[in-house]
Ligand binder design. Structure first.
Ligand SMILES: [Zn+2]
Ligand SMILES: [Zn+2]
Length: 387
């Protein structure tokens, strides 16, 4: 089975929604216009239940199949939020909002899931219920977690969840996935290195936090190179160094470091946190200063469940003829929280030869819509076949 013919017919309409969302990006939980548009479309399609305000600005829609003898409920999830950056695509439908841009293709994800919802509400060719989940704040806000915390899974008795992300550099409409750990846990840290400031020409009277911070930065590299098992995957990046001095001749009182830690297993995550704290505190103490460490755990590792991944592969092959094994991704994904609550799978769909996500020239490729929508619809029709 290639893509469903209905989606070739719906392509102009879905493209129009996608470009409208693209032109009006909203970040984090501020997806008010987008959520309203989603809820309005779901109503127009004849969804059986539409609830807004789940996870603040999230939207949930229920579509009942022709029958419900299976008792099954499948959740399909898309993200709606944009990024706080300026668009440089020059497109006629480029962002009208300064410092907001759909640079991760969540406009495409939302439009594709709306397309699938329209088709599923039209045909209802399945035995069970579908819950379409539109979440805000994927980009660092934990909107998916908030929807789970609002009791979404139990409230609609969702038994399995599926998610999708477009992938630049992969051919349009092709799929890739991997079983088990797939996207990394994304933690952040801050270290304030405190010393004693003074004249730049009299270092002997100071405890120089700049030199101390430099040692901390270097030592933090040993978490990955000396502490973690070499076959494990870990990134420790210091991404910001700020001194309290702006002068050539003033040794500062303190230096502030920021960075991120990416890991693929709970054990390595624990190791990274404990080593980072120990290194920062003890290096600073050895230099005569002190450290204040803040380590914050954000998204957990996103783990695809084996059985649902195998099924997702079967569906992807049916839609596009093939499904590659995806590499590990050291980026994070808020869908991880949903996969902690329910079994499911998250797949990548090719965006063609585009700029990478989070780049000011990135754009979602509308040609991928028929394949993406077909995958959603086929997940439902195969997992809950009509009686
Ligand atoms: Zn992103
Ligand atoms: Zn994204």
């Amino acid at each position: 089975m290639p893509v469903k013919n209905r989606f070739a017919e719906l392509l102009p309409e879905i493209t129009e929604w996608r470009r409208d969302i693209h032109e009006n990006p909203e970040i984090l939980f501020e997806t008010h216009r987008t959520s309203a548009l989603v809820a309005e479309k779901l109503k127009e399609f004849g969804c059986d239940e539409i609830v807004t305000g789940i996870g603040r600005t999230g939207v949930v829609g229920v579509i009942k199949g022709k029958s419900d003898s299976s008792g099954k409920v499948i959740g399909l999830r898309a993200d709606m939020d944009a990024l706080p950056m300026n668009e440089e695509t020059g497109l006629p439908y480029a962002s009208k909002t300064p410092n907001a841009m759909h640079a991760c293709g969540h406009d495409g994800h939302t439009a594709m899931l709306l397309g699938a919802a329209k088709y599923l509400a039209e045909t209802r060719n399945f035995d069970g219920n579908v819950v379409v989940i539109f979440q805000p704040a994927e980009e660092g806000g934990g909107g998916g977690k908030e929807m789970c915390d609002d009791g979404m899974m139990d409230r609609w008795n969702i038994q399995e969840v599926y998610g999708m992300h477009n992938w630049p550099g992969k051919p349009v409409g092709s799929f890739a996935i991997r079983s088990g750990a797939f996207f990394a846990a994304t933690d952040v840290f801050e270290v304030t290195v405190n010393g004693r400031g003074g004249h730049g020409a009299k270092p002997q009277e100071t405890i120089d936090p700049t030199v101390t911070a430099a040692q901390v930065v270097t030592m933090l590299q040993t978490i990955a190179s000396r502490n973690a098992d070499p076959v494990e995957n870990i990134v420790v990046s210091v991404t910001s160094i700020e001194s309290s001095s702006k002068a050539f001749n003033v040794i500062p009182q303190s230096v502030h470091l920021k960075g991120t830690v990416r890991t693929m297993s709970p054990e390595i995550r624990d190791l990274a946190e404990s080593r980072l704290t120990a290194i920062a505190e003890q290096v600073c103490a050895a230099m005569g200063g002190s450290a204040e460490v803040r380590y914050q755990r954000n998204y957990p590792v996103m783990v695809n469940h084996p059985e649902q991944t195998e099924f997702a592969v079967e569906v992807a092959k049916a839609v596009s003829g093939d499904c590659e094994e995806a590499p590990l991704v050291m980026g994070g994904e808020d869908f991880a929280f949903m996969l902690e609550e329910r079994p499911g799978a998250y797949i990548l769909v090719g965006n063609g030869d585009s700029a990478s996500v989070h780049h000011p020239e990135y754009n979602f490729n509308d040609e991928t819509i028929p394949a993406g929508c077909s995958w959603w619809a086929e997940i439902v029709e195969r997992r809950m076949p009509a009686a």
